[in-house]
Write a new protein. Structure first.
Lengths: 321, 145, 342
């Protein structure tokens, strides 16, 4: 990580960039926050470790409006989102200096807590320079060990790969963390009866508190004004008065990002109620792949999205190929 | 299934102004019957149908939703129905994934000359939805009687 | 002091639920929230914090106020009925109990909120001392003792037993109803348990955070600080912090067009949302910085100024746990402390 900090300081000093968009150390050892660093001194508080799961590409919408270049740190999966944002003219490539940082899988504090670990005062073993094998969690109730893999975010188990799709330079090494098939969960649900499917989603969605965290964190949800924020909208935007509202919100949101969602997994990461929101997006991705050919949103910044395109012999609704 | 025979499904049909809406007219003019519970909403193109319209229809008590547009290649705006086809393919597949049976949703291409097709399509669709029974999954309790 | 065997918990809940509803932490689809008890409920008293706080029992996320509908050619209005049945709120932690006190200040002072008051009058609070407080907790900073919660009855988790300490008349009445399960007990194990909890509290990182600079703070000094400029930046403008908060009490009133009328309802609002306090002329807070500042100024400056110094934060730490961008009240307090020392 020192190499990274030195390089960032260098770029700040020679005027290539005006600021750094990275992560600032938290006070619990697992809660870094996205932060704009304006000077080399400020970088003393910089951190990049296993808990830096936040996708910074969306912050670059604001970053693109600032004076001069912003150095932004993007993990391999974040670069897909960044490409997608370029395609939609929401970020300015010229305003960004991208350092593609390596990734060894990002951690989910909820998964650590779910193992009954409470009163955490520090977490060791999440350093990017380490081998990311085992975490040592110091708590007021004593020291606990957790395998790194068991604490990883769901999205890292189905990682899209180590390759950065857009960057100005690369630093630090990545590790392949993929050990699952991302469409397995979709297939499983697809094989259920309508009643079972409905009950599953009803149960999950009834937890939704309409905090909009999934929408606000989503790099594909970059509209200046969301349709759900319109006061002319004949529905509750703020509360689930009726179970219909949750279904409506999540179906429409998933549809609006269909073909543009890079499956970055931020929605599921931030949901305060732990709703597996990626299940919606993955269904669309899987269908798009099956119906219209393999498509990976954000792989480049030019290709037309599947919903803004068509062929004369597309399959008919309701058919299976 | 005696109960199902008495059940009259409420159907919302989004019909393109340039084809199926005229097709419905022709069906009427030719005295071909289709169930009165099919409520037609005229849209300028099948492509105008926003996924929210469909969910809204279910919210407000529809038991099935059908979209009728021009045959691929015949769109008044040349390509609208191609986009609609992709969108609805994905949306209906998603609804099916969430437990809203795929028999409740349908897209059919009906031209202005196909009064017979319009009538048979509606009859078929209504009987398919009747088999499924009322939509209890996407309705809004506040909109019930 | 009374006690009952942990294995008798369901028996106790069954006795109460024969006549009254019980709201208690229930695990559903992997998360614990307050829900009405029934024989199939997965009761979860071990999870320290429910995702949503206990406030939703008295002040639900959304509730209908009245319905206007067409009756022939006339418009009729049906007011929603007020709560008239007794209910029990079971297993509330000390911070949430204080949260309800904060809400009381808002909803029970003139003009009294009749919906809220009816629920408050009929609800009995059975509090539960915290078993294992967590790192995000800072209730002590607000003078709350999580080892000795307020409420009508206080419960203590001691080994095989829950100890039952009656605190008010409402509590006494409930105790009588549950007499068949409860037996007399000595106080020593409770004292021991309390010491144990307090010892853990002394080790937790946020518990001793100082609020001195906020006591009697003037609006100008905090409002105009440059610190906000840095603090708000990670904020995503989602409403997570406000919706999981036990004291956030802002709500919006909206209409819903039903089949033959209009339903007027209110729902929680969030100062993080762009249409918060929207008026005909537009919005008086136009930037996220202003909206972000509003939340913390309200909790730490405006509310205490109007309520004899009572902060409208209780240190439950839910926002610390749940904020997707790790921006939270602790960071605000610490940033101002740093600023003050500069």
């Amino acid at each position: 990580m020192q190499r990274l900090i030195d390089r960032m300081k260098e770029l700040l000093a020679d005027g290539t960039v005006q600021r750094v968009l990275g992560w600032k150390q938290g006070d619990l050892g697992y809660n870094p926050e996205p932060h704009y660093f304006n000077s080399a001194e400020e970088l003393d508080e910089f951190i990049y470790d296993g808990f830096c799961g936040a996708n910074l590409s969306k912050y670059m919408i604001k970053g693109s409006e600032l004076e001069g270049k912003t150095l932004v740190l993007l993990k391999p999966c974040d670069t897909y989102s960044f490409n997608q944002l370029i395609k939609e003219h929401r970020v300015d490539r010229e305003k960004a200096y991208i350092i593609g940082v390596g990734c060894k899988g990002k951690l989910d504090i909820e998964k650590i807590k779910a193992q009954g670990i409470k009163g955490i005062t520090a977490v060791k073993g999440a350093e990017i320079s380490g081998d990311c094998d085992e975490l040592t969690v110091e708590t007021v109730y004593g020291e606990k060990k957790v395998a790194y893999k068991d604490a990883m975010l769901e999205r890292c188990h189905v990682c899209k790969g180590k390759e950065h799709k857009i960057y100005d330079e690369l630093l630090l090494d990545s590790v392949d963390t993929c050990d699952g098939d991302r469409f397995e969960c979709v297939d499983e649900l697809d094989s259920l009866t309508p009643e079972e499917k409905f009950n599953f989603f009803r149960k999950e969605l009834s937890k939704c508190i309409r905090c909009n965290a999934c929408r606000n964190v989503c790099p594909a949800c970059s509209c200046r004004k969301c349709v759900f924020d319109s006061n002319k909208f004949d529905s509750a935007q703020k509360a689930n008065v009726d179970p219909f509202e949750e279904s409506m919100f999540h179906i429409i949101r998933a549809f609006h990002v269909a073909g543009r969602c890079t499956d970055c997994g931020e929605c599921s990461r931030v949901c305060p109620q732990g709703i597996p929101l990626h299940l919606f997006n993955r269904k669309f991705i899987k269908d798009i792949n099956e119906f219209y050919g393999e498509f990976i949103a954000g792989e480049d910044a030019e290709t037309k999205g599947p919903l803004t395109d068509f062929t004369l012999d597309d399959i008919e609704p309701g058919e299976r190929r | 299934m005696s109960i199902n025979q008495e059940f009259k499904p409420k159907i919302v049909a989004f019909c393109c102004n340039w084809c199926s809406y005229a097709g419905a007219d022709l069906a009427g003019g030719s005295r071909l019957s289709y169930p009165a519970d099919v409520k037609i909403i005229r849209v300028p193109c099948s492509c105008r149908v926003n996924p929210m319209f469909i969910l809204r229809a279910f919210e407000r008590g529809a038991d099935g939703v059908i979209i009728c547009g021009c045959h691929p290649g015949d769109c008044h705006y040349s390509t609208g129905n191609y986009y609609a086809r992709r969108r609805m393919t994905l949306l209906f597949s998603m609804l099916d994934y969430l437990g809203i049976e795929k028999e409740r949703t349908r897209v059919e291409w009906v031209s202005a000359a196909e009064g017979v097709k319009f009538s048979t399509t509606m009859n078929e669709f209504v009987s398919a939805v009747r088999e499924l029974g009322p939509n209890r999954r996407l309705g809004d309790l506040r909109c019930k009687d | 002091m009374k006690k009952f065997l942990k294995s008798d918990l369901n028996a106790l809940l069954d006795i109460i639920s024969e006549k009254e509803r019980i709201y208690l932490p229930v695990s559903e689809a992997g998360q614990t929230n307050y829900a009405i008890y029934n024989e199939n409920s997965k009761v979860d008293l071990d999870t320290l914090k429910t995702v949503k706080s206990a406030k939703e029992v008295f002040f639900p996320q959304s509730e209908t106020l009245y319905t206007a509908f067409m009756d022939g050619k006339k418009i009729r209005i049906a007011q929603e009925e007020l709560e008239k049945e007794e209910f029990v709120l079971f297993g509330v932690k000390a911070c949430d109990v204080r949260g309800i006190e904060v809400l009381d200040k808002v909803f029970l002072s003139e003009p009294v909120d009749s919906f809220y008051k009816a629920r408050r009058d009929h609800g009995v609070i059975v509090a539960l001392a915290c078993g294992e407080p967590e790192e995000s907790c800072f209730c002590k900073a607000f003078g709350i003792d999580c080892a000795e919660p307020e409420g009508d009855v206080a419960l203590y988790d001691c080994g095989d037993y829950y100890f039952w300490d009656v605190k008010t008349e409402k509590g006494t009445a409930l105790t009588e109803k549950c007499a068949s399960v409860l037996s007399d007990a000595e106080e020593a194990p409770v004292k021991e348990k309390q010491e144990e909890i307090r010892k853990i509290v002394s080790l937790l990182p946020y518990m001793n955070i100082s609020l001195d600079s906020w006591k009697g703070a003037t609006t100008d000094e905090k409002f105009n600080s440059d610190v906000w400029e840095e603090l708000y930046k990670p904020c995503l403008a989602c409403g997570t912090c406000t919706f999981v908060c036990p004291t956030c009490q802002c709500y919006d009133i909206k209409d819903y067009k039903t089949k033959n009328g209009v339903q007027r309802y209110r729902c929680w609002d969030s100062c993080m949302y762009s249409d918060f306090t929207m008026m005909a002329h537009g919005n008086n807070r136009t930037s996220q910085l202003q909206r972000f500042r509003q939340r913390f100024m309200h909790k730490l400056v405006y509310f205490p100024a109007n309520n004899d110094g009572m902060f409208s934060c209780v240190g439950c730490g839910r926002c610390v746990d749940k904020c997707p961008a790790a921006a939270n009240i602790i960071k605000v307090i610490k940033a101002f402390e740093k600023e003050g020392n500069r």
